[in-house]
Write a protein that binds this ligand. Structure first.
Ligand SMILES: Cc1cc2nc3c(=O)[nH]c(=O)nc-3n(C[C@H](O)[C@H](O)[C@H](O)COP(=O)(O)O)c2cc1C
Ligand SMILES: Nc1ncnc2c1ncn2[C@@H]1O[C@H](COP(=O)(O)OP(=O)(O)O)[C@@H](O)[C@H]1O
Length: 314
């Protein structure tokens, strides 16, 4: 997969290979709805013997048109993971455009001429609610007006799963509610966080539950504070685990948020390893115990729940 980074305005001398079938969107999460858009484009590309290309942005367009707080500036899929998934889905060319004020300042007609036409798009595919500017003038209904029969426009209807539209906003809300099992259903794969195993306070081993402390990217959206069933991939092996995201409130009131995972049947030192955490099922909220014994008793119960989960989901 070729990734082409672009900055507005494009150098007029820049030439793009074409024709291509182009999927268009920011695609945060790469959920089942996004998958439907990209697979629709893929089928058309295969039928027409054209490369499958994708137009996306280096960061959320909201960075430019909204003031984002620390919570909302995060992403379901960071760029590295996004590109890995797109490659797996068969995308051949990614046009990654820097979303800037100057890019945003184009009229819809300029966007079509400067990008879709320059990319030699034969067909453009996007979700029916996709916008490429203000929603009253830059929507999918009006796209044929700007392309003037130079490009086929395919609009993919919103996918409905578990009683509602699949959307990045709904998935963020699910994670904020701690509903990781539903999140996984909407994504069509487990929600994943990548991080590095760092040293903690070495308390875990004294409790009888050593935990990998996973340092994560500050731009990564996480499930809400609580305890979860997870599987963890370390050096291509998958381990079962029970995870806590929280402030370790039993041990003080001002601890930072950490991800701590006790792995079942595991006895290795993995400091410094990069790990991938799959969030599978919510267990409970974080509890402030009056002493370590209370926490240990509760972790034994969490372990039973975790074992049960894996024996029911073999
Ligand atoms: C399954 C699991 C559940 C946990 N639940 C809680 C909890 O309810 N309250 C709490 O204060 N800490 C909880 N923790 C976090 C522990 O406090 C933390 O893992 C322990 O202090 C070890 O820290 P260390 O890795 O820095 O040594 C939980 C950890 C795990 C693995
Ligand atoms: N079953 C296990 N689950 C998690 N980590 C384990 C396990 N067995 C050994 N370890 C190792 O022990 C470390 C965790 O021990 P712990 O006492 O919690 O120290 P720390 O506070 O530095 O995380 C992990 O980073 C890992 O390298």
């Amino acid at each position: 997969m070729q990734v082409i980074h672009l900055h507005h305005p494009l150098n007029p001398k820049l030439k793009f290979k074409g024709p291509v079938v182009l999927a268009m969107g920011f695609f945060d999460g790469l959920h089942l709805g996004h998958r439907q858009v990209i697979m629709t484009a893929k089928k058309i590309a295969q039928k027409k013997h054209m490369p499958l290309a994708l137009l996306t942005y280096n960061h959320s367009p909201k960075v430019v048109y909204q003031r984002l707080n620390d919570h909302n500036r995060r992403y379901l899929t960071l760029n590295k993971m996004k590109l890995q998934i797109l490659k797996r889905w068969g995308v051949q060319i990614v046009y990654m455009i820097d979303y800037t004020y100057s890019f945003q300042s184009q009229t819809p007609q300029q966007f079509v001429d400067n990008y879709l036409i320059r990319f030699k798009a034969n067909t453009v595919v996007a979700g029916s609610n996709h916008t490429y500017g203000p929603k009253d003038t830059a929507n999918m209904m009006l796209l044929p007006k700007y392309t003037r029969n130079r490009i086929n426009v395919v609009s993919v209807p919103c996918l409905i799963v578990a009683g509602g539209r699949v959307s990045s906003t709904r998935i963020r809300k699910c994670l904020d509610d701690g509903q990781v099992a539903l999140t996984d259903k909407l994504l069509g794969r487990p929600f994943q966080t990548v991080g590095t195993v760092v040293r903690g306070y070495q308390r875990g081993r004294k409790l009888g539950f050593p935990t990998i402390n996973v340092a994560y990217d500050e731009y990564q959206w996480l499930p809400k504070i609580g305890v979860y069933v997870t599987s963890v991939i370390i050096n291509h092996h998958c381990y079962e685990g029970m995870a806590s995201i929280g402030h370790n409130v039993t041990f003080g009131n001002h601890n930072p948020i950490t991800i701590e995972i006790n792995l079942l049947n595991f006895h290795q030192n993995v400091y410094g390893e990069t790990v991938k955490i799959n969030w599978l099922k919510e267990i409970r909220d974080q509890i402030k115990f009056s002493d370590a014994d209370g926490l240990i008793k509760q972790m034994r119960k969490d372990q039973v729940v975790t074992h049960q989960y894996f024996s029911n989901n073999k």
